[in-house]
Design a protein around this ligand. Structure first.
Ligand SMILES: Nc1ncnc2c1ncn2[C@@H]1O[C@H](COP(=O)(O)OP(=O)(O)O)[C@@H](O)[C@H]1O
Ligand SMILES: N[C@@H](CC(=O)OP(=O)(O)O)C(=O)O
Length: 438
């Protein structure tokens, strides 16, 4: 049995948290590869080390001195090093190098990645096992995506030489020879890559909640944990904002059937959530999870006889493609079509998109609206349960919430609804209490 264990920033925010992590690793001999994040928030209002480093980069790129900022970051690590009583260990040389690099050639990915790099060094010293610098084993291609071939070749070789090791999360080496990071939260992706490369039996992802919860705990108080969830369900939920696991983290393990177990560092005895390819486990509820995001825009297009005009949809979508905007959903009627996009991608280009739609598709009208929130109600049990949509709409109607859009995926795995931003939290609470009964 071989396990890869990733610990999130909240699990490594202080010496006290590190000690819990040490206990977890020592409690199970099969926890052989450890992927740490940078120290996260110790309390509400605290700053993650990654954000402190990005701030230092900003200061350096404006040509200013970063001594004070690096001192504050070093203090975070020194508290951990002292609390763990690590003798003959210091990060002085590493900080001198970071200071030099930030002054001579400030790069934001390099700066952000140092949080995991330094924490990896502390972790390796604490556990007494080798440190593998991710820049030597994880590679990106020219487009900035993972270079699968090179990564799995090098990483597999290095892991084969090390029965146990610490591999810091979040970064690798870019095609240009500079350090490059994944997007925020990307240590989850590193853990998944290490699990695949080592052909682990389980990828344990340790965080500060007892698994994937049915809804965001910041919206629904004390939501129930999900015991089993499929990769596909999870993909829908994490894409729609359930932030506990990076949305790309399932791909490496999914392709080789390695389950992910989300666990709580502060309550290690809790079962957590199993993310699996498929399962015969009985579900407690028809709905597996609920997640959502605010701030979408809709582009509502009308044209008489739209349905019979071959190529109409393509022309409309070309307008978005020309403006380099990806679309989220496209519900349509007989003479109408709505395109839903992220506001932050769309707002600056709205007039250019509208004129392109007119030029390419010659519609009767184009109306745009902002302030839409999307909520995904996801559940593999939905296709065999009748009345789910009816229950959902009744729950929202009872709260006086106007549904602005409905999109039921053809997989019958999810129903996406659009509501006004201001109704977002109320809608999630209403859906939760309708489907998740005591
Ligand atoms: N459906 C959900 N289930 C569990 N946690 C969620 C969910 N949606 C949002 N979260 C939030 O995700 C947080 C854990 O993710 P993150 O902060 O990235 O952890 P880590 O630092 O361990 O990587 C939780 O503390 C919780 O606030
Ligand atoms: N430290 C990085 C990467 C990461 O995955 O962190 P965490 O595991 O704390 O979400 C970030 O803040 O984005």
């Amino acid at each position: 049995m071989k396990k890869v264990v990733k610990f999130g920033g909240s699990s490594l925010a202080s010496a006290e948290q590190f000690k819990k992590v040490g206990k977890i690793i020592h409690a199970d001999d099969s926890r052989v590869y450890v992927v740490p994040s940078a120290p996260g928030k110790r309390f509400d209002g605290d700053t993650k080390v990654t954000d402190m480093l990005l701030h230092a980069y900003q200061t350096a790129s404006e040509g200013n001195d970063v001594d004070e900022e690096l001192k504050a970051i070093k203090a975070r690590y020194d508290e951990i090093i002292t609390g763990l009583e690590l003798k003959d260990f210091s990060l002085d040389d590493d900080f001198a190098e970071i200071k030099k690099n930030l002054a001579e050639n400030p790069q934001s990915d390099y700066a952000a990645s140092r949080g995991e790099y330094l924490n990896g060094k502390v972790m390796a010293a604490y556990l007494g096992i080798p440190f593998i610098d991710s820049a030597e084993v994880i590679f990106f291609n020219e487009e900035g995506n993972l270079n699968d071939y090179k990564t799995y070749k090098r990483l597999t070789e290095r892991l084969a030489q090390n029965e146990r090791a610490v591999i810091p999360g979040f970064y690798g080496m870019g095609k240009d020879g500079n350090v490059k990071t994944f997007s925020r939260g990307g240590s989850d992706v590193t853990g998944s890559i290490v699990a695949r490369a080592s052909r682990a039996d389980v990828y344990e992802n340790w965080t500060d909640v007892s698994g994937f919860l049915v809804a965001d705990p910041r919206i629904v108080p004390d939501p129930k944990p999900i015991k089993y969830i499929t990769y596909r369900e999870l993909r829908e939920l994490s894409y729609m904002g359930a932030s506990v696991l990076h949305e790309d983290a399932i791909f490496p393990v999914r392709s080789c059937g390695i389950p992910i177990n989300i666990k709580n560092t502060n309550a290690p005895e809790d079962a957590g959530t199993w993310i699996v390819e498929s399962t015969c486990q009985k579900q407690d509820y028809v709905v597996t999870g609920i997640a959502g995001k605010k701030d979408f825009c809709t582009i509502f297009i009308t044209k008489a006889m739209m349905n019979s005009e071959i190529g109409f949809g393509r022309k409309v979508l070309q307008a978005f493609e020309e403006n380099n905007i990806s679309f989220e959903h496209m519900p349509s009627g007989i003479d109408t079509m709505t395109i839903v996009v992220h506001a932050d991608e769309f707002i600056d280009k709205e007039q250019s998109v509208v004129s392109a739609i007119h030029r390419l598709a010659e519609p009767d009208s184009v109306e745009i609206e902002s302030g839409l929130a999307l909520i995904a109600v996801v559940g593999r049990g939905m296709k065999s349960a009748s009345g789910t949509a009816g229950k959902l709409f009744t729950a929202l109607a009872n709260k006086g919430i106007n549904i602005k859009m409905i999109d039921q995926g053809s997989s019958e795995l999810n129903i996406i609804i659009g509501v006004e931003n201001r109704d977002f939290e109320t809608a999630i609470k209403a859906i939760y209490s309708t489907f998740i009964t005591k």
